[in-house]
Write a protein that binds this ligand. Sequence first.
Ligand code: C2E
Ligand code: MG
Ligand code: MG
Ligand code: MG
Length: 271
Amino acid sequence: QAKNAGKNQHQAYDKQTSHKQNRRLNIVNQLHQAISNNEFSLAYQPVVRLADGCTVGSEALLRWTNADNETIGPDEFIPIAENSGQIIEIGNWVLLQAFQQCKIWHDAGAINHAMAINVSSQQLKDPLFAKRLADLLTRFSLPAQCINIEITENSIVTEDQNSVTTLYELGELGTRLLLDDFGTGYSCLSYLKDLPFDVLKIDKSFMPANTTIASTIIAMGHELNMEIIAEGIESQDCYEYLKNLNCQYGQGYLFQKPVPPHEFDIFKRFD
Ligand code: C2E
Ligand code: MG
Ligand code: MG
Ligand code: MG
């Protein structure tokens, strides 16, 4: 009896694992045609200055609806694309698309609008990544400070010399570096000391923010002369609380969910 139960459990486990592997493989296969089939788009979420509610920029977030009309979230397909190597091509598509949109908004008068682009650790390893960005800035004649590069704390590989070099090259170029999902990874303090990050993004898992952790991160950021963006602001209370802690910027559903560019109001003031 006991032996049988163990066997059944084992089979259930195998079934689950193979189901997961199948889904993974399907996604890898479907990603091959995603760019040429026009299945990707970018959604934009406003970055709000908490003191006055002004929109100061946006974050570009990748969206995918596959050929079966199924929507798959970036939290699922980005790690798969990172493992398969497809993230490089996808990342280049994102860069081009985000630059194009940033240019459109700048030409529409939002001359200080800063566009934040999420970049994977695989992209940072490319020794030509900074040059690629420099070329895009020239091509679209955009000032470097209008492009923010977001790198998640978990993805930084300090042992990879190319990645570290890329970070410094980006800093020299003048694009701002944002440390994303701050507080969820390891060795965060040494990153802050040793790497050229300009902005900390407090991870949304620390919201609603009336906790010691959130206020400690904000105080530390101020101490280190870094700007702070709080992610995941969902309530007015949370907004007020962060504003009182002098957290400079925020994003969240309270203001707006990520939306397609035609629904985005670059001059919107949230108050
Ligand atoms: P992230 O960069 O930390 O982006 C923030 C995520 O929080 C987004 O999820 C956003 O839709 C969500 N969010 C925003 N406001 C709120 C809120 O008030 N409450 C809650 N609960 N969530 C909120 P999304 O779009 O599903 O993206 C997930 C992650 O996928 C991103 O996390 C980022 O790490 C990655 N990602 C998205 N687009 C790209 C991309 O173009 N390239 C790369 N490498 N990664 C990307
Ligand atoms: Mg981000
Ligand atoms: Mg984040
Ligand atoms: Mg995240």
